[in-house]
Unconditional design. Structure first.
Ligand code: COS
Length: 384
């Protein structure tokens, strides 16, 4: 167990209770229907958990990435899809938290802290995924407004969120260096929602296209300065990747728990299958990998919360390692369940489908290795 404070343990307990009492009974429904889990959003709201990572002066609890990870982990133990209503709100709020003005913080953070408004982060485009610098959406200044044109793709919470942080080019001739970050509110004329994706996993979460056509927003919605957008996006991802790692490890913990319970109950050859050493070894590996990943996640979360600046490498390591562990553990959990594991009647096939996305979004694990490799090179160069 990590050295969580009394308050952090209380947050963990609250989130765990929602997960067990409210999410477990409905997760299959949302996985099948692909609907957005508003009833769970209400529960998270009632427990004040949306505010755990928002400073007290803006109506939050005053925690940081550690608290965000604790809640994400606990909710994900029950459902890695439903937990995203919370986790993606954290991601969407991050540019405002990290780089927003006092005015922007005062206007938007209190509404996020109460859960009155969900948020979403919009960087990815049809032709700009791993190559995030290749974005094409433009935001051209016109008097005291910016005019947005373009399409964002695969936006978690798209259509459900009310506040969007959007990266767009204010100077299309300068590529990534011409990018800027903006706040765009739902209902702004020229801003509409496109295709809603039909996904393999995390089906209790909405993934949708955002379309901007001559969409005018006040110039005051610029986050930071023009040209800072790519940096805002990269800093956001440095802080949010531990959240993906927490989601991954939550899913893995749910799968391990289910596998242990099943292995104790399933009788074959006249004894519970857990009596087989081969199976115990599988469970031992699963549990060990989860603990190692958890240690990494809460280490980097503590570094970020302590205000350390160079966290990109560790953050990428946490997301890379935890998501690979989640994929391995959920696959092994299906194996422990055998034929039953492959059936939709049991939760582990869903966990395996949910785990897969954690190796892909907020930067594929190949991109995480690029981030880690680049950091190793620059650290070595600095030592010279
Ligand atoms: N923090 C602050 N600034 C950063 C940064 C970070 N973590 N990473 C890069 N930058 C800055 C660089 O310093 C550089 O600034 P200058 O132009 O002033 O020198 C600028 O950003 C461009 O950096 P770089 O040349 O390394 O960018 P690349 O285009 O090579 O891309 C990767 C870097 C691949 C790491 C980046 O595009 C990435 O993370 N891609 C994945 C995106 C992703 O996670 N998508 C998921 C969608 S969001 S859910």
């Amino acid at each position: 167990m990590h050295n969580f404070s009394e308050e952090q343990l209380m947050i963990q307990e609250l989130a765990r209770r929602i997960a067990i009492e409210k999410i477990v009974p409905v997760r299959e429904h949302y996985d099948r229907s692909g609907e957005f889990p508003w009833e769970i959003v209400e529960e998270i709201k009632k427990s004040d958990l949306f505010g755990v990572f928002i400073p007290e002066e803006y109506g939050g609890f005053g925690g940081g990435i550690t608290e965000m990870a604790i809640v994400t982990e606990e909710l994900s133990r029950a459902c890695g899809g439903i937990s995203l209503a919370f986790a993606a709100t954290g991601l969407g709020a991050m540019p405002i938290l990290l780089s927003g003005s006092d005015g922007q913080k005062s206007k938007y953070l209190p509404q996020i802290a109460t859960g009155e408004k969900l948020t979403a982060f919009a960087l990815t485009e049809p032709d700009a995924g791993s190559d995030a610098g290749g974005l094409k959406t433009t935001a051209i200044k016109d008097g005291n407004e910016y005019v947005l044109d373009g399409t964002k793709q695969w936006i978690t919470n798209g259509g459900e969120a009310k506040i969007y942080t959007v990266i767009a080019l204010t100077d299309p001739t300068r590529g990534a260096r011409g990018a800027s970050a903006f706040i765009v509110e739902d209902g702004t004329p020229g801003f509409s929602y496109g295709k809603k994706e039909d996904k393999m996993g995390i089906r209790g979460s909405t993934t949708r296209e955002l379309i901007f056509e001559d969409c005018r927003i006040p110039a005051e919605n610029l986050i930071g300065r023009e040209g800072m957008g790519f940096m805002v996006a990269m800093k956001t991802l440095d802080s949010s990747r531990p959240g993906v790692a927490a989601q991954a490890i939550g899913i893995a913990e749910g799968a391990l728990e289910a596998a242990i319970q099943y292995a104790r109950e399933r009788i074959q050859f006249g004894k519970p299958v857990i009596a087989n050493q081969g199976l115990q070894w599988m469970l031992a590996d699963m549990a060990t990998q989860i603990e190692a990943a958890r240690a990494l996640i809460y280490k980097v979360a503590a570094m970020i919360d302590a205000g350390e600046k160079k966290v990109g490498k560790m953050s990428a390591m946490a997301k890379l390692f935890a998501s690979d562990v989640a994929m391995k553990v959920t696959t092994d959990a299906v194996q422990v369940f055998g034929g039953y594991g492959y059936m939709r009647e049991y939760p582990v096939e869903k966990m395996m489908r949910d785990a897969k996305i954690t190796q892909i979004y907020e930067g594929t694990n190949q991109i995480q290795r690029n981030v880690i490799g680049t950091a190793l090179i620059s650290e070595a160069a600095r030592k010279k």
